[in-house]
Design a protein around this ligand. Structure first.
Ligand code: PA5
Ligand code: NI
Length: 188
């Protein structure tokens, strides 16, 4: 049966959704092959395998014509100088998606296989992901970075695409405190 209309309360400062659906935690060991510095990644896995981000979803199903939502919280940190980030994915059925910044300072890295774009995301900013652009989120600050995502339920998630193609840019901690968060540099 179709869902009935309902209200969802979101915790901008704690990442909760009420009512809540599935949740997941991604640890460093789940991010194999994504950081440029593999040794630093191995060291971080050996050194406690920290939780890098969590995703809390609402109960709206990932089904055609539905609009599921989720809140992602990326903890602050870097691995080999590269800011902590999500795995990143393509939607196998190319459809748009929006992210709304809730807390902290982050960025949305977009890559269509040719061009890479970087959007600064902070509370009150909506990042628009057009159909066909792979996307990854990055915490460039010193506190948790949190955003709400709203996406078509039939879009799907292709993580292999990013392992094959990369994301075009990497977000690294700059040498000097003054430019932390501003720098991105080309993938090798
Ligand atoms: O729908 C989205 O794009 C987000 O909710 C992401 O799935 C979330 O941020 C986690 O990133 P990833 O799916 O790349 O691990
Ligand atoms: Ni997505």
């Amino acid at each position: 049966p179709p869902l009935q209309p309902f209200a969802i309360r979101f915790g901008a400062d704690n990442g909760t959704l009420e009512p809540q659906g599935p949740t997941l935690q991604r640890r460093m060991s789940d991010l194999e092959g994504l950081f440029a510095d593999r040794r630093a990644w191995e060291q971080a896995v050996a050194d406690g395998d920290p939780v890098v981000y969590t995703v809390v979803s609402s109960p709206v199903p990932e089904a055609a014509r539905e609009l599921p939502q989720s809140i992602t919280t990326i903890f602050p940190g870097d691995t080999g100088g590269e800011f902590w980030m999500t795995k990143g994915h393509q939607h196998p059925d190319p459809q748009g998606e929006i992210y709304l910044g809730l807390e902290g300072r982050g960025g949305l890295l977009l890559f269509d296989g040719d061009r890479a774009e970087w959007l600064d995301i902070s509370p009150g900013v909506i990042g628009y992901i057009p159909p066909g652009w792979a996307h990854r989120s990055v915490n460039v600050g010193d506190e948790p970075y949190r955003f709400l995502a709203v996406y078509p339920g039939s879009a799907g998630h292709d993580y292999g695409w990013v392992l094959t193609h990369g994301m075009g840019l990497r977000a690294r901690r700059a040498e000097t405190e003054a430019t932390v968060g501003a720098e991105t540099e080309a993938t090798v």
